[in-house]
Design a protein around this ligand. Sequence first.
Ligand code: NAD
Length: 393
Amino acid sequence: MIVEPKVRGFICTTAHPAGCRENVRRQIEYVKGQPKTPGAKNVLVIGSSTGYGLSSRIAAAYSCGASTVGVMFERPANGKRTASSGWYNTAAFEEFAHADGLYAKTINGDAFSREIKEQAIGLIRRDLGQVDMVVYSLASPRRTVADGTTYSSVLKTTDSDYTNKTIDLNTRKISEVTVTPATQQEIDDTVKVMGGEDWKDWIAALGSAGVLAGGATTVAYSYIGPELTYPMYTNGSIGKAKEHLFATSQEIAREFPGVSAYISVNKGLVTQSSAAIPIVPLYISILYRVMKDMGLHEGCIEQMYRMLHDRLLAKDVPTDERGMIRLDDWEMRKDVQDAVSAAWDKISDENLEQLADVAGYWEDFYQMFGFDIPGVDYSADVNTEVSVPSIGE
Ligand code: NAD
């Protein structure tokens, strides 16, 4: 089948198997070219198939030589429908890892459920004994809990309307958007989905099953960003969930002796999750332009390699005064943020291409789904029915 991108809003409903494979291969090559990072042997990555989780898994496998168990929620191909990009990424990752002699198995299903936690515990017990690192990188719009209730997260402010510039990525036009405040119920539900409750449930389940090694480390991801996105992000409904995630890191450290729990504040990047947040894509497009011009730009893999090598597995884990790992250190540099603010104030339809890297945004967007990747022949017939070697084991 010849696979073409089909973009609907901020999602692409098709994915290219050869492009996703190339994307994963390039990330692996990047890590292979960096100094090794000893310190993690058996790593569980929850949310392992795209974005920061996929890159965490690649960095752990190829920099630490770790065995990895991934948990994801992805769709295999079905007739004319391609699989999701996370499915193809994982098929490719396992194929490369196995060829390189690395253990890699994946569980596909709802990580919030008890059943998937039990499957992961069973697999770890059988194959690895214990894990010494747990990466929690879920990004989900909803969560169903044990009693069957489904909670949905919202991307809203928490106090009043907030109006600012945004970009329509399709027409490449700047417009104004007003984001309305969430109700208390919506805030509570967002915390339920994207806060730390499920992270702690995972640690408790792994701990009581005896598959969490003494001295294990766990990390979950957060974002802060600049003041201009505060009403939308840090002080918004998602920010409340991230506050809860941070509080959970402290609870885990308190309640599970010997376990070190960290929040890593990562850089704002184009992923399937961030594309959905109002205002943020314009900020990211400007940030890309500024950071690329300054030679400071990083993608998920550069960030996650740095997270393991220079932070989580470094001696005396470097953190800020609250104890958070800061991989947004370059994004938040004063010279970077001053340049972003100056561009933000004067950006318009006329100077958009000059002040914002919209092309770079779209390039990342398409590449997430395996399109627009140099070296891939998109006119070739590809088999879309790709299997993930370990699924169902
Ligand atoms: P992403 O959408 O690329 O990845 C989400 C992952 O979660 C995928 O592997 C998906 O399969 C998995 N997943 C979703 N729901 C699931 C479920 N119910 N069961 C099992 N797996 C499920 O997202 P991302 O942008 O890499 O985000 C990961 C984390 O990083 C989030 O906590 C996010 O807030 C944080 N973060 C993102 C950015 C950014 O700019 N993208 C910046 C800083 C921090």
